[in-house]
Design a binder for this molecule. Structure first.
Ligand SMILES: Cc1cc2nc3c(=O)[nH]c(=O)nc-3n(C[C@H](O)[C@H](O)[C@H](O)COP(=O)(O)OP(=O)(O)OC[C@H]3O[C@@H](n4cnc5c(N)ncnc54)[C@H](O)[C@@H]3O)c2cc1C
Ligand code: FES
Ligand code: FES
Length: 485
């Protein structure tokens, strides 16, 4: 079979190339398949980079190996000495919300909260963010300043590597085609240390024009152990050791920050691209350095509270290995959709969105951009808001999926209070974006039953509406805050 012949699908937003789909239930299995495909396979974590690249036909792997069902890789472990081990499948949202990370590595939590949308945070993983090798990866600068170390596994054994040595050029890392990232280790933070991450982007839900992270220890009025790193200003995320040297051992002052800011602008090598100009990137880099340091300085004064680590429960359940060799092969998967178990035959390249709309006739879920940028296709998978245009239907086997049709009471047909609130507040016009917004807002209310306006706006930041003002949507969600059980 010609692996590279386009199939019959005509919609360019579908996955048109042929590939094999495999599910690994252990690291060993994933490594075995990587070796078997000899550099032609890619690992699938959240899929928010991989599926987009495949849709755009910028990447055409011969096989994708789903690693999300391998137990234990989505855990955060805090060691007695204060160092932290982060599994590669820990999602950006989990990191952003994790109490130990928020207190001890606030820059990392801030970087995670700056991601394009809640859905991308919920689907995207830290491992995928690093292995994608983008100079704009938001977790990279702060992990560089924190001295993160990676553990890479292959069938030949394991090796550890500093994150600094991992990034080689745009989209290229030191990860070999037969290797998998299996862990990220952060050394214990010093007492009096802190970290900050700042990002400048065109709109809040976008990749960085420039980002900057700083980590240091405050000793009285002196800055020590300082590290500075930036994203989107060079071919890879970079540490700026000369800037750190200027700050290290110095008494904190605005003059010092002004000098360091100038040095940052002189040191980086930004380019002009769709997001920004090199000129602007240099200007904003100077400002980001000064703002980050001013923000971090008072934070570092407070000694760290004792560890409040709450390692995440392992939500994986073991499923038998699934294989779909080629996209002509149909596999029967069982999905639980709106509380009903249903079996459906799918090809490896079918997306959950299409299966819901075309095979299950649940057309409430909408298709718009097809590449993760509008959130019109949001459904809940195991209670979390996710983009059905970026989820392979085959990978959703065994999951609980809720679509907008599942919001109303199945017995009485009564609308959910949130739907009623949208009607009462005229929170839609054409209604195209509304199912996605309802599913996202419902997830917020389940997670945070009494959100304030800022939380509602932040959670919904990735849901684009082209015709209603957001004010009525926010009003509708807030009016429901007290109605949650
Ligand atoms: C609309 C949109 C907005 C976005 N906004 C942001 C943003 O604001 N900031 C940002 O930094 N990124 C952003 N991204 C990019 C993306 O969401 C992140 O990089 C995310 O963390 C990728 O994780 P993932 O699990 O989805 O990776 P995947 O897409 O599953 O994988 C990415 C790459 O890493 C490889 N890989 C994954 N896990 C491993 C592993 N354990 N070992 C070896 N290789 C592995 C895959 O094979 C693939 O090549 C955005 C993407 C979209 C579509
Ligand atoms: S994000 Fe899925 S259709 Fe736009
Ligand atoms: S109501 Fe029309 S796009 Fe949002």
């Amino acid at each position: 079979m010609d692996k590279h012949a386009p199939n019959e699908m005509t919609n360019s937003h579908l996955l048109v190339r042929n590939f094999d789909y495999l599910e690994a239930s252990t690291i060993g299995e994933a490594l075995y398949w990587l070796e078997q495909y000899d550099g032609r396979a890619r690992l699938l974590a959240g899929g928010t980079d991989l599926i987009v690249l495949m849709k755009m036909e910028r990447l055409n792997p011969g096989a994708i190996i789903n690693i999300t069902k391998i137990p234990g890789l989505n855990e955060i472990k805090v060691n007695p000495n204060g160092s932290v081990e982060i599994g590669p499948l820990v999602t950006i949202h989990t990191l952003a919300m994790h109490p130990h990370i928020r207190v001890n590595f606030p820059g990392l939590a801030a970087a995670c909260l700056s991601f394009g949308s809640t859905q991308i945070e919920t689907m995207g993983t830290i491992g995928g963010n690093l292995c994608n090798g983008s100079p704009a990866a938001d977790t990279a600068p702060v992990l560089l300043t924190l001295g993160a170390e990676l553990t890479l596994a292959s069938r030949q054994g394991k090796r550890t590597l500093s994150l600094e040595a991992f990034f080689l050029s745009p989209g290229k890392t030191d990860l070999k085609p037969t290797e998998m990232l299996v862990g990220i280790t952060l050394p214990a933070p010093e007492p009096g240390s802190t970290s900050v991450f700042l990002k400048a982007s065109r709109v809040v839900a976008d990749l960085a024009k420039a980002s900057l992270a700083i980590a240091f220890t405050r000793q009285g009025e002196r800055i020590t152990g300082c590290k500075v790193a930036m994203g989107s200003v060079a071919p890879t995320p970079i540490l700026l050791p000369n800037v750190a040297e200027t700050l290290n051992g110095q008494i904190f002052s605005q003059d010092l920050l002004a000098d360091a800011g100038k040095l940052v602008a002189e040191t980086i090598s930004p380019i002009d691209d769709v997001r920004s100009s090199a000129w602007y990137r240099r200007r904003i880099a100077n400002v980001l350095l000064q703002d980050a340091m001013n923000q971090a300085w008072p934070l570092a004064l407070n000694p760290k509270p004792a560890s409040v680590a709450a390692p995440q429960a392992n939500g994986h359940h073991h499923l038998p290995l699934t294989k779909a060799l080629g996209t002509d092969h149909l596999t029967e998967v069982e999905l639980t959709v709106n509380g009903c178990k249903t079996k459906v035959w799918v090809a490896a390249n079918e997306l959950l969105l299409n299966v819901l709309r075309e095979k299950l006739e649940l057309t409430g879920t909408k298709y718009a951009c097809g590449i993760g940028e509008c959130s019109a296709c949001t459904v809940q998978i195991d209670g979390k808001p996710m983009l059905s245009c970026l989820v392979l239907a085959i990978s959703a086997a065994g999951k609980e999926i809720t679509t907008v049709e599942g919001l109303q009471d199945p017995k009485t047909g009564e609308l959910d209070p949130l739907q009623e609130a949208f009607i009462e507040n005229t929170a839609f016009q054409c209604g195209y974006c509304t199912p996605g917004i309802l599913m996202t807002a419902k997830a917020l209310l389940n997670e945070t039953p009494d959100p304030d306006e800022g939380q509602v706006r932040h959670y919904l930041r990735g849901n684009n509406c082209r015709c209603t003002g957001y004010a009525s949507i926010v009003r509708a969600v807030l009016s429901c805050a007290d109605h949650q059980e």
